[in-house]
Design a protein around this ligand. Structure first.
Ligand SMILES: NC(=O)c1ccc[n+]([C@@H]2O[C@H](COP(=O)([O-])OP(=O)(O)OC[C@H]3O[C@@H](n4cnc5c(N)ncnc54)[C@H](O)[C@@H]3O)[C@@H](O)[C@H]2O)c1
Length: 326
């Protein structure tokens, strides 16, 4: 199958490679930045395209990958679905539930498949933790604590620091953990959150979200874009018979200095030392769904739920009140 990619920087370039590893062929690279489109097209032997809606309408494109800043996801999903193309969309699925519902309706009308890039479901460490819980190794789980984050993303491309675009660390980064926790423990009952929105202009964000799941498990989720450098993921899962823990960077105590605004990486892409990247595994899952040989690990409804939880956390941080789910 042939792929057209929209948004050809950090994630777009990565997805070009991962999709090719999974057997697709990149034929068109679209971006509002001509330079980025050209660079990606050169690398993958594809055509550079300035008009990303036209990219969706090309006869030689079967699947469209949307790797642009978050608020633009749903308009491109609609354009691709309207042209009868299957879609891979980076998380979060959209910036608002209203635009997500319009996009899901377009996907439904067109009868195409939409895959959302909740890649943490494919990280081998997270799969291993889920397998231990599902196998009952630690018994019923009472409490989970997750931590994800590090340096403020931004580099030369400043859209992460625009709250209205990225939704800060809550919608952009710990949406991964909220999705994974719902994948493992089922739907949430209530969310309460606090964050550092008031100092967001200082390029710092830190969020603490507490979710009570319908099954009774309590989850504490920390997301940070407030650390001087690096990126780290930690998980503690406490069950009646034991604990499962994971720390992406067991290391001695170290002192690090904060970098100046605008320096550092453009975005946070979690690393995995395994042979097959989890980003490739998600493309293999999507390709299997397209071929009719697999059910997708991530459904469009999962993508919507993840945004719903993250937006509820942002609302709770704003009002100081918990948000209940029916
Ligand atoms: N799954 C993950 O691990 C992970 C990690 C980082 C980012 N993301 C998500 O991936 C998406 C892209 O993030 P990124 O880090 O690659 O961003 P980026 O800023 O590095 O790249 C975005 C690209 O989109 C282009 N672009 C911007 N607006 C556009 C528009 N309207 N039409 C076409 N092109 C446009 C930019 O020129 C740029 O080339 C975001 O939604 C982000 O949340 C996911």
């Amino acid at each position: 199958m042939n792929l057209g990619v929209i948004g050809c920087n950090t994630m777009g370039l990565m997805h070009c490679q991962m999709a090719e590893n999974a057997g697709l062929k990149v034929v068109a690279c679209g971006d509002i930045s001509r330079d980025n489109a050209r660079k990606a097209a050169r690398k993958f032997g594809a055509e550079a395209v300035g008009d990303c809606v036209a990219l969706c309408n090309r006869d030689d494109v079967d699947v469209v990958a949307v790797c642009t800043p978050t608020p633009t996801h749903t308009e491109y999903i609609q354009a691709a679905a309207g042209a009868g193309k299957h879609v891979f969309c980076e998380k979060p699925l959209g910036r608002t539930l209203e635009t997500i519902d319009e996009a899901l309706a377009a996907v439904e009308r067109a009868g195409v498949k939409l895959y959302v890039g909740h890649v943490v479901r494919f990280f081998q460490e997270f799969e291993a933790m889920k397998a231990r819980i599902d196998a009952g190794k630690i018994g019923n789980v009472g409490f989970v604590k997750t931590y994800r984050g590090g340096i403020f993303p931004g580099g030369k491309l400043g859209w992460f620091s625009d709250w209205n675009m990225s939704g800060g660390v809550t919608l952009d980064t710990i949406v991964h953990d909220m999705d994974w926790l719902r994948y493992v423990f089922g739907d949430p009952e209530r969310i309460f959150a606090q964050n550092l929105k008031r100092v967001f202009s200082e390029r710092i964000d830190y969020a603490l979200v507490t979710m009570r799941m319908k099954c009774g498990t309590i989850c504490n989720i920390v997301g940070t874009w407030a650390h001087p450098s690096g990126f780290r993921v930690k998980v503690d899962i406490c069950g009646e018979r034991g604990m499962v823990t994971f720390d992406s960077s067991e290391a001695p105590v170290s002192a690090q200095l904060r970098l100046g605004a605008g320096s550092g990486p453009s975005t946070i892409v979690p690393a995995s030392p395994v042979l097959v990247s989890p980003y490739q595994l998600e493309w293999e899952d999507f390709a299997g769904w397209l071929a009719g040989t697999r059910k997708p690990r991530v459904t469009p409804e999962d993508g919507r739920w993840a945004v719903r939880m993250a937006l509820a956390a942002l609302e709770s941080a704003e009002t100081g009140q918990p948000v209940e789910f029916n």
